[in-house]
Design a protein around this ligand. Sequence first.
Ligand code: BTN
Length: 265
Amino acid sequence: MRCIDLDLEILIKKLAGKYFGHKLFYYSKTTSTNDKAFELGIAGMPEGTAVIADSQSRGKGRYQRSWYSPPGANIYTSLILRPQITPSEASMIPIMTGVAVAEVLNFYCSDKISLKWPNDVFINGKKVCGILSQAKIQKEKIDFIVLGIGINVNIGYKRLSEEIRDSATSLAIENGRKISRQDLVINLYENLEKWYKKLQQKRFGAIKRKWLKLSPMIGKIVQVKFTEEPIEGKATGLDDDGSLILLTEENKEIKISAGDATIME
Ligand code: BTN
């Protein structure tokens, strides 16, 4: 099965025996790789199982948003994780993933990559990757986590939907050249393995340090929107559970566990 720069046979060969992707489900079109991976998780597929699609008809973003998923251009992938961590430690998973993706993308767009809390990956201030992790919890334990990653790789400016044209970008737009999605998927899975191992060893400190290096938010006034009332404060750090620590105008330290953050200055 060949799909321009995603050759399934080569992918299967190169990912054989690897931690992520040793079991691979490829779809030229599916509703959402997260939904497929969730079904596979329920069916008992092991940790490291990967789903890749060339396009999605109902790509999902955070907070019930949709994720623009046209064919022939981008990466849409979801991985099954079965980590030995508590549900409260699970928020470190998308933080760790942001770090792993940002590190890989730095090879393609050196020094232009940054992270926006909690886990959006940006190039030159525009979003290039989104991460959606969904957990299946049973009896207060994690049964599995579906880790969904969408990366805008070769999509051109004109093909971006009008809605996101001003706020999103792709590696090809920023680099001025197309990139092999296949190589990128392989590099991504390998780097994810490296960072996931740190998480399994509970080395959250290493993940946090790398996140803080890649994020321009710390020390800046940040606004976080989650409910109607946005919260504003100076970002001072990242907590062990992945929450953003803000210092409010009243000098009160607060921890934010969910929302969309924007730098105000
Ligand atoms: C976000 O930034 O809102 C998260 C976007 C996550 C998109 C990816 S694409 C692969 C996987 N399948 C989905 O339906 N969503 C995630």
